[in-house]
Every structure is written in structure tokens, then in C-alpha cells.
Design a protein around this ligand. Structure first.
Ligand code: BGC
Length: 717
């Protein structure tokens, strides 16, 4: 091919110095003295060699939207990017089309702002609800994760820019993430943690993969040849390039030898001298001199990188506009958010009508959380908070109470709860008190309103895991007191209470869910938050999200008890000793009842499943059934196919998700015929050496959730 010849010519023309420079990024562009960034706020730039026609290319985060600085010095223009719902919420849509559309929109912003590769999606697994970056990941299930990722990658790359699936692999916690050694069996790795990467790579061919910070069974993933060469390249035929996570690992030479093509962002010694005292370039030179590393290996890395970079807008000399279609993307963000809302509880309270008088409680009505912190954060033009959203939609929210919240928040933030900046320039926002309304005031509020809506918020982000403590996994005392007094007083007046969860990852709900009549999980929904909430409250939008992750009754119920590793006070090792029993695989097999199970989500209408047929066509199973909207509102349903294996030699979970399909918007009475195709190989387990499907009778279970199975069929293998 013409390109291959060209690449070989370039490699031949490169000096050794240029070769070494090219496999390392230019250094953190936000540090004085390093090359200035091509796009301000992007995460990293690759090395340019103008004499060989190699331009600088730009890599930028992240999973909820393009993360670049909205402002530049001496420039009045703004460079805002759309804030989409966080990944966990996108996965709650179970809608491949939505993921594709969001990917297309982000891809357009990437291209039009002069960026070449988007550092997303992140596809680690929700192993433990306290994972600090869970909001940036899709699900506890590898199939749902892989499918969502594949559609998102397709969307991004349809815009002529690259996606990057990260963090490869077994990076399910933030505690000591740069050095922790994750110990995990090959079966667990292949069935749970590698699986989403395998699915996304085979289906969508992402341009790049980012290796993770952690070690995997003793070796940094970026220095792990088995992972990067055998699994990724030989078995899966990945033909893009692999980059390190930022400042990851401890030897550039070992990274190159293991199959990690690009080392990012370069000059790690400037940031993590205790882990990487040397400039990567010197490390590489020394290894070359000692004969540990060869020029051929470096050439191969360059080949992998160039093959991809040739496709980038930078290489093609694309003239970007700095004017992506933000208006159109706001709509896509709104629609994605609407489909990701999960209705967890509804005792005859939702939807409310437009003129139902309601009182909005909780500081989150103003300080709404659109997304998490760290590299997954976003800088949109605006965020419509919950209060403004319901006002904009003309709902009958209690204005006097809203005024009280505005005043109180201002008072708190200018007093004891000032917002400060951390060492990385990030905002540090002390959590506000929630229980400041007097009982007498509450009585009055309850008299003049029909419904109370109480907002609970949580935020987390890169660098820290969450805590199994009050104020984080559990409600804080003042949140609980607020909810309890609102509940008592409203119910005394025969009024109802709705809780809105504006969170990125599960919290404990079991101890308080009886205090309310409805629970809406709106996750961290991006910039359109308030509009989404308003439209779901009134039923303009019928919720159709389903949980991509279990809400356990209590933290003590979670299977990953080893989290975040040993020794407890400063872990160096984390053993994934629950094996494949992650999420519902554990709760179902060991009969631990959760508050809300995987796949769960209510609707304002009802659906009926019928007419199941399973046919075997060659190596394929064709599963067909009907879904009918039996209620009186239009709505969408997510049908989930779980497979239960017979008792075989290898231990199997009670059931596993093997396929899913979301219906279109079904009108009352409307029926949709669903056809799902499955291969026998989809039922395989990894027995330590290879994938095997054992003989016996397999149960195909079709449900509205993992515990609400509506149809069962059996198949002999
Ligand atoms: C994160 C990555 C991110 C990179 C660049 C790292 O700290 O782990 O997810 O893409 O920074 O910002």
C-alpha cells in the first residue's frame, strides 16, 4: 500500500534522535518551558518532525465531553464543549443508537477544535461501588460495557478522528493507582475485565488503546508483554497504537519492549520524580546502548503510531473551524440524559402534572452536579441546574423556598464553605449543610404544596476512591434529618415525597427508601440537567433507563471486600478474590438481595412479554419474542437476555447477560417484535486455557431486569 511505503520511507529518513523523540510525547504542555500546547487544555501532544512532514497531533479527554480550556489568553473567543451525561448514565440508556449519536457529537467537537484523538471511552468495570471513577465507566457487566463502548467509538470515529479505549486493564480503583498490583486470575480477567476491550476492539476498531497505571499480576500493564503483545495484538488483531496513561509505569524502555507504542505525556520526571526520576529519552538511549532494546523494536512502535496518525485531521491538514455545532449537541446531550434516567420507585406519585405545586429541597437544586472531577470533567457553556430547569419549563415550584435556598447557599459560600482551588487548580467545594429549615417553616411549606422533591448529590473523581461512610456511601446525618422531617411533615398532611439522586455511583438507599414515595435516579446528567429532570417529573419524558450496576442494600454486602487492597492503610496489592462473581453475578449466585438489582428500572407505562421462540440455525440461536405496551403512555423498554448454564464442570454464575435490545418508543397498545441472534460461543467460559462451552440444557431467560424474568426457553447443547 502507498501508505506503508511512505511510512517505511519516513522511518528510514529518521535519525535515531528523532525516532526516540517520536515515541515520547512532548511533555506536559501546561508546564512552563515545555512546548506550548497546540490546543489549550488538551491532555497531550505528539512530537512533530516538520522536515518529514510529521505535524503535531493532539490528544484530549474525555468520557463526558471534550476537555479543553474554554478560555485563551488575549482571545475573546470561547472554546466551550458540550457536557454530556457521565458514562454510567449513558449505559443506563442501554441504547446503542444514543451512544453512537453522543460519540458523533463529541467527535465533531474534537475535530472542529483541532484535536485528533479523544481519550475516551473509559471501560473499566464497576467492581466496587466506591471506585472513585466509576461514573466514568459504564457498568458492572462486561457485555453492556463492551456494547456501549463499541457504539460510542463508532460514533466518534465516523467524524474522522480517533477514539481511545482506556484504561487497559484491571484499573478499578483510585487508591494508590500508580503503583498498586492487581492480582487477578486469567479466567476472571478474560471473562470480566478484558471482555469489554475485546468486544469494542473487534466491533469498532478503536484507533488507540491506553494502558493503565496499575500493575497486573506483578508487571505494570504498560510493561506487560503478555497483555500488549499476546492478547491485544496476536489474539485480538488490534492494529492501532497503544499509549501509556499519563506518567504511568517506571521504565520507558520496558514499555517499548512490552509493546506500548507511545509514552505520554513525556518528561514524567517533572511530575512524578519519585516514580520516574529519568527523562524517558535517556532511559531509552541507555537501553539501546546496553543492547536491551533494539532499533527494530522502536521502528515497529513508530510504524504502529504513524499508521494511525496518517488518518488524523492534523496529518490531512484539516482546517478546523473552532465552531462545532453546540446547539445541536445540547439537544443530543439532553436526549441522552432523558433516556438514562432510572425510575427506582413509584408509589403512585409520578409523573406530576405541570401545575402540581411542589417544594424543592436540597442545595443540589442550585449546585447541581453535572459530572465528576479530574480528567473526566467538562467545561460547557452553561449547566442548567435543577431549579432553573423546572422554572424554565414553567412548573409550579415553591418560589419562596427557592429564594431561601438561593440566599442560604450564597451565605454559606461566602462564609465557612468557601470554594477554594487545589494544587492542580481544581475546585474544592466543601459540602453544604442540608438541614437548615425549621419545623414550623416545613409545616407551612407542606400546607401550600402537594409534593416534596428532595435532591441528594454526590461527586467524586480521579485520584480518590469514595468512602463507606456517612456523607458518601451513606446519607450524612443532615441529609437524613432533612429527608426524615420533610417526609414526616408532608405525609402528615397527606402529601407525597420524591427523592432525586444526582450521583455518579450507587449510595445506600435501603435505610431511607420508605421515607419517600418515588425515587428518580438522574445520575450526573451533564449540562442539560434541569431540563431533563423537569421533563421526567411531568412525564413529558417517560423514563426508560435501567441500572447498569447493582444498588446493594449495604456496603457490607458487596463481594469485592478486598477493595482497596492490602495493607489497608496504604495498599500495595489488590487481589480480585471474588473472581468472576462481580455485581449481579455474585448477588444472584449467592442469593444476596440488593435494594435495586442490575437491569432494574420502572416506567410510567407497563410492558408485556410474549411469544418466545428459540431456533437453532447452524451455530446460531435466533431468539424471538414480542413486547407490548400495555399501559396508557408511550414508552421504551429494555429487554434483557440472561443465560443460565446447566451444572457443568466449570463453576458458572447463576445467570449472565448475553444480549439486550431496547424497543423504539411504543405507543399504548403497540407491539414490537424483537429478534436477537446469539452464537454458541457466546455461552463459553474460560477454563484456564481456552474458551469452552460444555454440554447440557441452557436456560434462556428474558427479563425486564435481572430479577424480573418474563419468559424462559430451553436449549440443548
Ligand atoms: C487519566 C486518563 C487521562 C489522562 C490524560 C490520566 O490521569 O487517568 O484517563 O486520559 O490523565 O488527561
Amino acid at each position: 500500500m502507498f501508505e506503508d511505503t511512505k511510512i517505511e520511507e519516513i522511518i528510514k529518513s529518521m535519525t535515531m534522535e528523532e525516532k526516540i523523540n517520536f515515541v515520547v510525547g512532548v511533555g506536559a504542555t501546561w508546564i512552563e518551558g515545555n512546548p506550548k500546547p497546540k490546543v489549550k487544555g488538551a491532555a497531550g501532544d505528539t512530537f512533530e518532525i516538520p522536515r518529514l512532514g510529521i505535524p503535531r497531533t493532539v490528544l484530549a479527554d474525555g468520557p463526558a465531553g471534550l476537555r479543553i480550556d474554554p478560555e485563551r489568553e488575549n482571545d475573546e473567543n470561547k472554546y466551550h464543549a458540550t457536557a454530556f451525561p457521565v458514562e454510567t448514565m449513558l449505559a443506563s440508556t442501554w441504547n446503542r443508537e444514543v451512544l453512537k449519536k453522543v460519540g458523533e457529537a463529541m467527535g465533531e467537537e474534537v475535530r472542529e477544535y483541532g484535536v485528533d484523538i479523544l481519550l475516551a471511552p473509559a471501560i473499566n468495570i464497576h467492581r466496587n461501588p466506591l471506585g472513585g471513577r466509576n461514573f466514568e465507566y459504564y457498568s458492572e457487566d462486561p457485555l453492556l460495557t463492551g456494547e456501549m463502548a463499541a457504539s460510542f467509538v463508532e460514533g466518534v470515529q465516523s467524524q474522522g478522528v480517533g477514539a481511545c479505549i482506556k484504561h487497559f486493564v484491571a484499573n478499578e480503583q483510585e487508591t494508590n493507582r500508580m503503583t498498586i498490583d492487581t492480582i487477578v486470575s486469567e479466567r476472571t480477567l478474560r471473562e470480566i475485565y478484558l471482555k469489554p476491550f475485546e468486544i469494542a476492539i473487534k466491533k469498532a476498531k478503536p484507533w488507540t488503546v491506553m494502558s493503565s497505571y496499575n500493575k497486573l499480576n506483578g508487571y505494570y500493564t504498560s510493561q506487560n508483554k503478555w497483555l500488549l503483545m499476546k492478547v491485544l495484538r496476536d489474539e485480538w488483531q488490534f492494529d492501532g497504537f497503544v499509549m501509556t496513561d499519563w506518567f504511568a509505569g517506571d521504565s520507558a524502555a520496558k514499555q517499548l519492549m512490552a509493546g506500548n507504542d507511545l509514552i505520554m505525556p513525556g518528561k514524567s520526571f517533572q511530575i512524578v520524580p519519585h516514580l520516574r526520576p529519568k527523562d524517558e529519552r535517556d532511559d531509552i538511549k541507555e537501553a539501546l546502548e546496553k543492547g536491551e532494546l533494539t532499533e527494530e523494536i522502536i521502528d515497529e512502535r513508530i510504524r504502529n503510531i504513524l499508521r494511525i496518525l496518517f488518518k488524523t485531521p492534523a496529518f490531512k491538514g484539516y482546517k478546523y473551524s473552532n465552531k462545532p455545532n453546540l446547539e445541536k449537541h445540547a439537544k443530543i446531550s439532553y436526549e441522552a440524559g432523558c433516556e438514562g434516567v432510572v425510575l427506582l420507585k413509584n408509589d403512585d406519585v409520578l409523573p406530576i402534572s405541570k401545575d402540581t405545586k411542589f417544594a424543592l429541597f436540597g442545595t443540589g437544586q442550585i449546585e447541581t452536579i453535572r459530572g465528576g472531577t479530574g480528567s473526566g470533567e467538562t467545561h460547557p457553556m452553561y449547566t442548567v441546574n435543577f431549579l432553573d430547569g423546572v422554572l424554565e419549563r414553567g412548573l409550579s415550584v415553591d418560589q419562596e423556598l427557592a429564594k431561601l435556598y438561593r440566599e442560604k447557599i450564597e451565605e454559606f459560600r461566602s462564609g465557612d464553605y468557601k470554594v477554594t482551588r487545589g494544587s492542580w487548580g481544581e475546585e474544592i467545594k466543601p459540602k453544604l449543610p442540608e438541614n437548615f429549615i425549621q419545623e414550623s417553616q416545613l409545616e407551612e411549606i407542606a400546607k401550600r404544596n402537594e409534593v416534596a422533591v428532595v435532591i441528594i448529590t454526590r461527586i467524586s473523581g480521579e485520584g480518590y476512591d469514595r468512602k463507606a461512610e456517612k456523607g458518601d456511601y451513606y446519607l450524612s446525618d443532615d441529609e437524613f434529618e432533612l429527608l426524615k422531617s420533610v417526609s414526616e411533615i408532608f405525609r402528615k398532611h397527606n402529601k407525597k415525597v420524591i427523592v432525586v439522586l444526582n450521583i455518579g455511583s450507587p449510595i445506600e438507599v435501603e435505610s431511607w427508601k420508605n421515607l419517600c414515595d418515588g425515587i428518580l435516579l438522574v445520575w450526573q446528567p451533564g449540562q442539560e440537567a434541569g431540563r431533563i429532570l423537569a421533563d421526567v417529573l411531568t412525564g413529558d419524558v417517560n423514563p426508560s433507563g435501567k441500572l447498569p450496576t447493582t444498588f446493594p442494600k449495604d456496603y457490607n454486602d458487596v463481594p469485592s471486600r478486598s477493595f482497596p487492597g492490602e495493607p489497608r492503610d496504604n495498599p500495595t496489592v489488590i487481589v480480585y478474590d471474588e473472581g468472576i462473581y462481580v455485581g449481579y453475578r455474585y448477588y444472584d449466585t449467592f442469593r444476596v438481595e440488593p435494594s435495586y438489582e442490575f437491569g432494574f428500572g420502572l416506567s410510567y407505562t407497563t410492558f408485556e412479554y410474549s411469544n418466545l421462540s428459540i431456533k437453532r440455525v447452524g451455530s446460531k440461536f435466533v431468539v424471538e419474542f414480542d413486547i407490548k405496551n400495555t399501559g396508557n403512555r408511550s414508552g421504551k423498554e429494555v429487554a434483557q437476555l440472561y443465560v443460565r448454564a446447566p451444572i457443568v464442570k466449570i463453576d458458572k454464575p447463576y445467570q449472565e447477560l448475553k444480549a439486550f435490545e431496547k424497543t423504539k418508543l411504543l405507543e399504548p397498545g403497540e407491539v414490537q417484535h424483537i429478534i436477537i441472534e446469539l452464537f454458541a460461543s457466546d455461552l463459553a467460559s474460560f477454563d484456564g486455557n481456552s474458551w469452552i462451552v460444555e454440554e447440557g440444557e441452557y436456560e434462556f431467560r428474558i427479563g425486564a431486569s435481572s430479577r424480573d424474568i418474563r419468559l424462559i426457553g430451553k436449549i440443548k447443547i
